[in-house]
Write a protein that binds this ligand. Structure first.
Ligand SMILES: C[S@@+](CC[C@H](N)C(=O)[O-])C[C@H]1O[C@@H](n2cnc3c(N)ncnc32)[C@H](O)[C@@H]1O
Length: 437
């Protein structure tokens, strides 16, 4: 693999990191106009009276985010945003039980502007140490990357993560099978929360990577170069033990540090006198996670527990994101909450959370999930006339909600009306057991 040589002597004003282009399309509103977006009128309809209090909001997210910007406990305080918006698929989505969930019918400029307006407001909610992840597929990921660069700044782009979303399918179309989607990771600034995730070594990968056994100690190690590309004029460009770094390269450490490392036995000398650095297996926390995620497919068989809401994401994938980009007690927000995967995982990991969705089915699903968790679901599990017996116990061990909750409803004629009887039912389910836990 070729490694480029960083330009440290170039024109300092000409930053490689700047983006001097943007996406043009009809109907692109000014940032000032977007920041003046009308605010949602929110009515709190259910409270589970415990601390900390999380929030579930049934409303149009643009107006809801705009109203959250008025709250000084939220604006500029959110540490992590994960959103999984509609993907411009041109489809409408139903749950496994064939109930309408949401439409995904916007396309082109209309779709991009819909997302851009929300991203501009979401940026204002983010803390200076905050991160945002946006999940998309190949339909719109490319233009949205350019919008993200405009809104968050190219220099705050961290990763384009490729996720394997499903098992290979038998495609009949004349093209390669599509098994991936994408997560774009940006931060608000440079000093962001980051807990480096690691994958555990397997015996096989550890043996392949750490092939050498240190004499005397028996420690496994691998050998890596002690030089890096680029010429340096300072100490790292000077001879060490009478040896200059190879042509066009410099030492990774000063000769003084290399001496100390050698004294500790951390330098391997080849029979021809070439020094290499030893990296020990017992010092490794695992394999640092890379930007291809193969282990987080969405529910693909009937043994996996789900809610039945369409496009529900793998909770372990959300767990990786929440653990890497937030700490306990931090505020996490999902403005396209769907089945509430972000909310449920945030709750389990001791983060505070706000979840917003404008689908009545999504809100009902999230409440059910908080009260009962997820369940194995599928034609085989629920159909074929087979009877499913449920053993009820007083304290539901699958309950996810452990902390407090406020459910808000946006007062607007645009949204489906949720009958008072349904709200009363949710209230009793959410509050039941709350005092036991
Ligand atoms: C792809 S789904 C999210 C799935 C979610 N990540 C999960 O794991 O279940 C997108 C969600 O965005 C919601 N949505 C779309 N437009 C919205 C809007 N303008 N305001 C609030 N929610 C919206 C839809 O109702 C839908 O539930």
């Amino acid at each position: 693999m070729a490694t480029g040589i960083p330009n440290i002597n170039g024109d300092k004003n000409k930053k490689h990191n700047s983006n001097n282009f943007c996406l043009q399309y009809d109907g692109k509103a000014s940032i000032e106009e977007i920041l003046r977006t009308q605010q949602a009128q929110l009515r709190c309809v259910i409270s589970v009276d415990k601390q900390p209090r999380n929030r579930l909001i049934f409303g149009e997210n643009l107006r809801v985010i705009s109203s959250l910007l008025n709250e000084n406990t939220v604006a500029g305080k959110v540490k992590l945003i994960y959103i999984d918006p509609p993907y411009a698929t041109g489809s409408s989505f139903e749950s496994r039980k064939r109930n309408h969930a949401y439409h995904d019918l916007m396309e082109g400029a209309e779709y991009l502007e819909f997302l851009r307006q929300r991203l501009i407001l979401l940026r204002e909610l983010l803390s200076e140490e905050g991160s945002i992840y946006i999940h998309l597929d190949e339909n719109m990921a490319f233009p949205v990357k350019i919008i993200m660069d405009e809104v968050f700044g190219y220099k705050n782009f961290r990763n384009w993560i490729t996720r394997k979303k499903c098992n290979p399918k038998n495609y009949t179309r004349k093209r390669y099978g599509n098994v991936t989607d994408y997560i774009l990771f940006y931060t608000k600034a440079d000093n962001y929360v980051w807990n480096q995730p690691f994958e555990l070594w397997t015996d096989a990968t550890a043996k392949k990577e750490y092939q050498y056994v240190e004499e005397g100690t028996g420690r496994l190690y691998k050998k890596v170069p002690i030089h890096a590309p680029g010429v340096r004029k300072g100490a790292t460009g000077q001879p060490w033990r009478g040896m200059l770094p190879p042509n066009g390269k410099h030492w990774q450490y000063t000769p003084e540090t290399l001496d100390k490392m050698d004294a500790r036995g951390e330098i391997y000398w080849s029979p021809t006198g070439n020094p290499r650095r030893k990296i020990y297996f017992d010092k490794s926390q695992g394999i640092s996670v890379q930007d291809i995620w193969l282990d987080f497919k969405d529910a693909h068989n009937q043994n996996i527990k789900i809610t039945g809401y369409p496009t529900e994401k793998n909770p372990d994938m959300i767990k990786r994101i929440i653990l890497a980009s937030s700490n306990k007690g931090d505020l996490v927000l999902d403005a396209f909450a769907g089945s509430g995967t972000t909310a449920a995982v945030a709750e389990e990991l001791g983060r505070q959370w706000i979840a917003i969705d404008n689908s009545a089915l999504a809100i009902a699903t999230i409440i059910q999930r908080l009260v009962k968790g997820t369940e194995a679901m599928g034609d085989f599990v629920n159909g074929n006339g087979s009877t499913k017996y449920e053993q009820k116990c007083l304290i539901d061990i699958d309950r996810i909600l452990r902390t407090g909750l406020d459910l808000y409803i946006e007062e607007t004629s645009e949204l489906e009306l949720i009958p008072d009887s349904v709200i009363a039912d949710w209230d009793s389910k959410l509050n039941f057991q709350a005092s036991f836990l």
